[in-house]
Design a protein around this ligand. Structure first.
Ligand code: ARG
Length: 469
């Protein structure tokens, strides 16, 4: 059966055509770019009118037509289907609304520069949105860190208790990671913030367009300098998805800790009911599903990054249809990180920390070992000698089933004449924290929080937040 006419005069698609349309069309996913495509087309039509490339009245008719399409899509009146991609859909719809003037919109442009322009506008907005989410999360964390700045807990290396820290110190460590993520999204904004429109299919255009006008209309801060690069560059997608992947990696580490801490072996934290689920079989369970899902979804964002890097590997200049695969990777990374940040922020804001359990985990073990060695050094021993003396003390305690805190000053002095009565103070967990007053150390949490807040404000003033797409 081939191209049978339907009642409305349109040709019926053959099975092969239907299959190819399902395979080739990007409208099912690039429809979410509609407002960016329309913004690009309005800027282009305005410039074409200003430069006298098309009649002013055609330019005005196009702009009005596009605005009416935009509001109809926004209101859900106009459904997006029946075209290969969002660009062809909007042009066809425009022409059906305003007639011949609509056919002039595509003067001096190609879908190659048009589609990458829309995607750059999208990525700029997405980077700003994720930056706002991260800003919110850091603010929540700073509040909790401040509240728990004196709350003792073990700090771990190799998942073994190492030295006492505070919950505030631990939470601030994540703030540092998320601050770097904001910095990455600022950079990703900058990398997307360059206007490729005017590059045409690949070599530019023969029309006397003014690229500055269109770029300015869309709020871009610069113009691409090489038309061949402009239509085939997807570095900005890779920068964006890479920033998403690193942020997901940070979230996954935090989630892993919350999952461990919420188990009975630690008992440091209890997640609010909304963020846990029961088991269908075991009535006692409070599974940390939300944290596990975030940890698991990290994989799909890494997948998007790998997809983009692989898609671009070895691609010759300029546009190749492979590049249509860019959008779903960007959307997936964006959507996944966006919801993960929203869920995580709520989960951490409502979590209840058990300071008693955390403190109990600090007392009784060997976490004072470094402090004992440091004590001896301050009394005149060389560090390596102090290290060996302390190792002997730890061995003695292990043999006699004691913690370091269980030793009296007299017990200590049997290992070295340098020990005085002040040793029992030096091994108190709160003093071990207090003594680490170095910049960035366990005692410096209040200052760390102040510095995080200051850097957050600074990053907020930088690219991405202040500008409008
Ligand atoms: N739908 C295409 C994409 O998303 C638009 C560009 C198509 N250009 C072309 N020459 N076929 O990449």
């Amino acid at each position: 059966m081939k191209n049978v006419l339907k009642n409305d005069g349109q040709k019926e698609k053959t099975p092969a055509e239907r299959l190819i349309s399902r395979f080739n069309d990007s409208l099912p996913f690039d429809k979410r770019l509609y407002k960016y495509d329309i913004a690009g087309s309005i800027a282009h039509a305005k410039m074409l009118g200003l430069e006298g490339i098309i009649d002013k009245k055609d330019s005005i008719a196009i702009i009005n037509g596009l605005s009416s399409i935009l509001s109809d899509i926004d209101e859900g009146v106009l459904k997006l289907h029946g075209a290969e991609d969002i660009h062809m859909f909007i042009e066809a719809e425009l022409t059906s609304r305003i007639g011949d003037a609509g056919k002039k919109l595509h003067t001096a442009r190609s879908r190659n520069d048009q589609s990458v322009t829309g995607l750059r506008l999208y990525v700029r907005d997405a980077a700003s949105g994720l930056k706002a989410r991260l800003t919110g999360l850091i603010s929540v964390l700073c509040k909790i860190a401040d509240e728990y700045s004196p709350a003792l807990m073990p700090g771990y290396t190799h998942m073994q208790r190492a030295q006492p820290v505070t919950l505030g110190h631990h939470l601030c460590a994540y703030c540092e990671m998320f601050l770097r993520d904001i910095h990455r999204f600022n950079n990703s904004f900058i990398s997307a913030d360059c206007c490729p429109l005017g590059s045409g299919a690949l070599a530019g255009t023969t029309f006397p367009i003014d690229r500055e006008v269109t770029a300015h209309e869309m709020g871009f801060s610069g113009l691409s300098a090489n038309s061949m690069d402009a239509v085939s560059d997807r570095d900005f997608c890779i920068d964006f998805v890479s920033a998403c992947a690193v942020t997901m990696m940070h979230l996954s580490r935090f989630c892993e800790e919350l999952i461990l801490w919420s188990g009975a072996e630690f008992g440091f934290v209890k997640m609010a009911d909304e963020y846990t689920t029961g088991s269908s079989m075991m009535p006692q369970k409070r599974n940390p599903d939300m944290a596990e899902l975030i940890r698991g979804k990290t994989g799909r964002v890494y997948g998007s990054l790998t997809a983009l890097l692989t898609m671009m590997k070895g691609l010759p200049l300029t546009y190749n249809k492979d590049m249509q695969e860019d959008k779903e990777a960007v959307f997936n990374a964006h959507d996944t990180l966006d919801i993960c940040l929203a869920v995580f922020s709520g989960m951490i804001a409502t979590a209840k920390f058990d300071t008693g359990k955390m403190k109990a985990a600090v007392t009784g073990g060997f976490m004072a070992a470094t402090d004992i060695a440091d004590y001896l050094v301050k009394k005149g021993a060389a560090f390596r000698d102090a290290y060996h003396i302390t190792k002997e003390i730890v061995g003695y305690c292990e043999k006699n089933n004691l913690g370091l805190a269980g030793l009296s000053a007299a017990d200590f002095s049997r290992f070295s004449p340098l020990f005085g009565s002040d040793i029992t103070d030096a091994v108190k967990p709160e003093n071990m924290v207090k003594n680490r007053a170095v910049i960035g150390g366990a005692a410096d949490v209040k200052q760390n929080i102040r510095s995080i807040v200051a850097r957050l404000e600074h990053l907020g003033r930088m690219t991405g937040q202040a500008r409008k797409a």
